[in-house]
Write a protein that binds this ligand. Structure first.
Ligand code: TMP
Length: 209
């Protein structure tokens, strides 16, 4: 008997969009439906990934450009795939991710000026799988998002209002370029409203499962 492959679902979006809460709620909901779920954050989760994360998010000025950022984010992602995701999906476990390559497209590719297509090309060279089964972009305006982040900001979050407005634009541009891979959800609503829409979209993946 063959084992069904797990599904690979990503929640992504600008800082302050609420994706970590939405990932937690989605994972719980899917577990409640009897599915085996692994939830990971990118960058991070693996020992290598967490070290790369601390280099990238260190608030000291590291004079790091968008290209080097993209390479480091991609390296952390490749390690996460190799250590966890590949085996999970092969065993029929669903993987719910907090960010994936869509972030590198929006932050380094669009806001940082490296280029969305160049990020995708880098992903094709470095990753076994560039596109998840589904990427949900939690869209939020920069002002509302900033109001949700009343804590110390990391190096990426400190890049300023203009950069973060471009990050949002980058996610929306990517969703227009690849509607077969990405869906956009309005995340400026209540946690429960956003989660209901996320569940509605993800439930379509469970139909033939
Ligand atoms: P997080 O705190 O939401 O996990 O994300 C860490 C920060 O890194 C956040 O500001 C977004 C940024 N980031 C990128 O710039 N490029 C990427 O590819 C990823 C995954 C995150």
């Amino acid at each position: 008997m063959s084992v069904a492959l797990g599904r690979f679902v990503v929640l992504d979006g600008p800082d302050g969009c609420g994706k970590s809460t939405q990932v937690r709620m989605l994972a719980e909901w899917l577990r409640g439906r009897g599915l085996r779920i692994a939830a990971y954050r990118d960058p991070g989760t693996t020992a290598v990934g967490e070290k790369i994360r601390s280099i990238l998010l260190d608030s000291a000025d590291l004079k790091m450009g968008a290209k080097v950022e993209a390479l480091l984010f991609m390296a952390a992602r490749a390690q996460l795939w190799q250590e966890h995701i590949a085996a999970d999906l092969a065993a029929g476990t669903w993987v719910v991710m907090d960010r994936w390559i869509s972030s590198t497209c929006a932050y380094q590719g669009f806001a940082g000026g490296f280029g969305i297509e160049k990020v995708i090309g880098l992903g094709q060279d470095c990753l076994t799988r560039v596109w998840p089964d589904l990427t949900i972009v939690l869209d939020i305006d920069t002002k509302t998002a900033a109001g949700r982040m009343d804590r110390a900001l990391d190096r990426m979050e400190q890049k300023g209002r203009e950069y973060h407005a471009k990050v949002r634009e980058g996610f929306l541009a990517l969703a227009r370029m690849h509607p077969e891979h990405l869906r956009v959800v309005n995340a400026a609503r209540s946690i429960d409203e956003v989660q209901a829409e996320v569940q509605g979209i993800v439930s379509k993946l469970t139909i033939d499962y």
